[in-house]
Design a protein around this ligand. Structure first.
Ligand SMILES: [Zn+2]
Length: 346
């Protein structure tokens, strides 16, 4: 009884960000950057731009005149993840009793035909609530948003994962394309980490200590055993979700309540931080206090995986098997290009 009460207090303190996590686990995470890395920027530089045109420009989705298929400056990462990857398509993590952490995850998707946004409002909400989060970034997104990518990487509350170079549908892309999509993204991340460490050292601060990307999120949630085995061989564990955060209509408040009801300890929630959809920040603003009230704390996906047993399936999907098969015929060039036109008979 006393133990239970202590655990409940630990969870509450963890939500408030004033205690060393749950059940004695360290607050500093090997998956996130060393504390202090964020001091490279002023508070104003980290926040949503105060000028409306700038804030609007950052949230805008820009169509490109022609697909950008150029490779990153480095196409193979120099270092691979150290720990062996976990098999299957992981949807949630079974945690020890009294550990009520959940992982909020945010995809930063970007196809070859556009440049997507950065939802600074959403990241402001996370930081104000001292919430932990995992961002699955497209490699091309990392390249088109280098400063914001560096800020996410430098925040000890956050970790990054790999979301393919230009959002290829791994269920329809050829094996060599799947490999390129994965390695180009990990290499782009590595270039940014080197830039982050250069800036830290120039200020006399310790290097970020960030490890290579070790988590992968399937674009469109598409991919089966052949895909996750390939990703595992590259040292990447495939992380999906058991709760879909956005969509379903209704007010942000109603949506937040629906998400909170669907959550269990160890849940992984899918959101987006690239302004597709646009109002995730409003939903998150409602959700974080609801989580605290229900005794949930936030963790990165890596922290959940270290604390419990992954629950995996063989295929990626949204809420029921095959509910995402429609994406195999929605976008050109194996999911990386423009939407197929109806006249093309698809
Ligand atoms: Zn995506």
């Amino acid at each position: 009884m006393i133990l239970r009460a202590l655990c409940r207090i630990a969870v509450l303190l963890a939500v408030l960000g004033v205690a060393p996590g749950v059940a004695g686990q360290p607050a500093a995470t090997p998956s996130g950057a060393r504390p202090g890395s964020l001091s490279l920027w002023t508070a104003a530089q980290l926040r949503e731009p105060s000028l409306r045109p700038q804030a609007g420009a950052e949230r805008a989705i820009r169509q490109l005149p022609r697909p950008d298929t150029t490779p990153p400056a480095r196409t193979e990462p120099l270092a691979a993840p150290q720990a062996p990857a976990l098999p299957g398509v992981i949807r949630r993590v079974a945690l020890p009793e009294a550990d009520r952490r959940v992982a909020l995850t945010f995809d930063l998707c970007e196809r070859s035909v556009h440049v997507t946004g950065y939802d600074a409002r959403l990241v402001d909400v996370l930081r104000a609530g001292n919430a932990k989060a995992t961002f699955f970034a497209g490699g091309k997104w990392l390249r088109s948003h280098p400063e914001r990518a560096l800020q996410l990487m430098a925040d000890p509350r956050f970790e990054l994962g790999n979301h393919a170079w230009t959002h290829a549908n791994m269920a329809v892309a050829a094996p060599d394309e799947r490999r390129r999509q994965t390695l180009w993204t990990s290499a782009q991340y590595e270039l940014l980490r080197e830039e982050l460490d250069r800036r830290l050292l120039a200020r006399g601060l310790p290097a970020s200590g960030l490890p290579p990307l070790a988590l992968f999120r399937l674009p469109y949630g598409r991919g089966g055993p052949e895909v996750w085995r390939e990703l595992n061989a590259l040292g990447l564990s495939v992380i999906q979700w058991d709760v879909v955060g956005e969509g379903g209509g209704g007010t942000p408040r109603a949506r937040a309540e629906a998400v909170a009801r669907a959550l269990r300890p160890g849940s992984i929630v899918l959101f987006h931080a690239n302004c597709v959809p646009r109002d995730t920040a409003l939903l998150l603003r409602e959700l974080l206090p609801l989580l605290a009230r229900r005794g949930f704390a936030t963790a990165t996906v890596s922290e959940l995986l270290r604390a419990g047993a992954p629950e995996a399936v063989d295929q990626g999907w949204f809420t029921t098997p095959d509910d995402n098969a429609v994406y195999d015929h929605m976008f050109e060039a194996a999911g990386t290009g423009a939407r197929y036109k109806k006249s093309q008979g698809r």
